[in-house]
Design a protein around this ligand. Sequence first.
Ligand SMILES: Cc1cc2nc3c(=O)[nH]c(=O)nc-3n(C[C@H](O)[C@H](O)[C@H](O)COP(=O)(O)OP(=O)(O)OC[C@H]3O[C@@H](n4cnc5c(N)ncnc54)[C@H](O)[C@@H]3O)c2cc1C
Length: 470
Amino acid sequence: MDRNEKTKNDVDLIVIGAGAVGENVADYATKRGIRVALVESDLVGGECSYWACMPSKALLRSGQALRAAQRVAGARESVTGQIDPVAVLARRDSFTSHWDDGGQVDWVNGAGIELIRGRARLTGRGRVEVGDRTYCASAVALATGSVPALPEIEGLAGAHPWGTKEATSADHVPPRLIVLGGGVAGTELACAFASLGSQVTLLSRSALLKSEEPFVGELLADSLRETGVDVRIGATPFRVVRGSSGVVSVTLEDGSALEAEELLVATGRRPHTANLGLEELGLETTLEVDDTMLVAGTDWLYAVGDVNGRALLTHQGKYQARAAGEAIAARIKGEPVQVEPWGPHVATADHRAVPHVVFTDPEVASVGLTEERARAERLSVRGVEYDLGAVAGASLHADGYTGRAKFVIDVDRGVLVGATFVGQDVAELLHTATIAIVGEVPIERLWHAVPSYPTISEIWLRLLEEYGRP
Ligand SMILES: Cc1cc2nc3c(=O)[nH]c(=O)nc-3n(C[C@H](O)[C@H](O)[C@H](O)COP(=O)(O)OP(=O)(O)OC[C@H]3O[C@@H](n4cnc5c(N)ncnc54)[C@H](O)[C@@H]3O)c2cc1C
């Protein structure tokens, strides 16, 4: 990058997309003293704030709290009422700031970032067109997120199904809801709407949460069924019709048919790269990036967060954003960029330790590699599992606690490379595992990390005992 460009540029860096990721790229780069403009065509804050993480977790939380009380004798007897869907939707609305981005705009302004409203398109090296104006910068970072991928099913688009956006911002609870997709969004929203009183049918081509350890999908399907969700594994929709009464009818490949007031499609997402001008610049729309998020074949274009497809999670995108913001600023200022693993300018954890939580009931929390994945990577590993319900802290936490946990241990290096927990309230267990993996803490040292009694964290001791003292 030519530092002299600074004089003729409007800013040093243009970030396209003001979701959580774009905001963080802009913030970290600004804090390093470079001039940044942030372009947004919709609400500042992006999917996570208004149509994904926050509203979906708000829709789930009241049901979780209610069930938690119902699982403890003594508290259970005092829970006499039902969930109040109107109050849940109102609480969800407060977490999305009623889809008003004023607070986030104030934050952007306060952080010294220039906000440009409009749809951005690349027109050349460091050149970005927004409306009738072209802005120039030394570097451009794409943080345009991802969009839902609609499967090829006859009549589906014409039946106006809900996507995750419509489901998370719904102003009513449909009496019947068919959910297509057994991944994270499908299972979470099936759980949420079932709690709110919908009669939910969940259709999944394969096991639920199929990229997790095999016991995860089984435990989740059992639990969803117990709460009244009709879980159909191996069900493939063939045709969809929304009739004049508004009811959606889904015909499956086996000839059976289902009806519901709404159909939610949650079958995956793809990078949001359409109409960004990439092809015109001779660039691929599948953006390959290095660990500083620099797009392959360029020295000025970066892709951060969902758009690069590395890990479709807010926290991981924000981690990438911190690395990229620092790296971009360093390059613009002519300072050294530290690209060795675990350095300040690279997102090394993307390859080793991506934590994620599925906020279903039971919760699913995992980080690092599954045993199958580790073996595919030719690591010499041993998997150890334990019944979480047999841990004293868990049995106190909820009567009849059901859950399971697993460690994947690299036997050559004697370190943890993967961990999975399934059960009520396991989300908060996850960060310890992330630290053990990122820190490559030797198993023999983990024996000295004593979990408090009686907490669910005693699962650590039980799993180490299963593995055996080194
Ligand atoms: C239902 C659901 C629940 C989820 N729950 C969680 C969760 O609990 N935890 C978690 O970690 N992750 C969760 N995720 C994933 C998370 O939402 C995404 O990983 C995250 O929002 C990605 O952030 P981003 O900034 O990369 O993209 P986005 O948040 O999508 O932001 C991209 C922004 O770019 C703007 N934009 C796009 N193109 C242009 C253009 N040409 N010009 C100007 N602006 C443009 C868009 O308007 C948007 O505001 C969930 C996803 C879904 C669908």
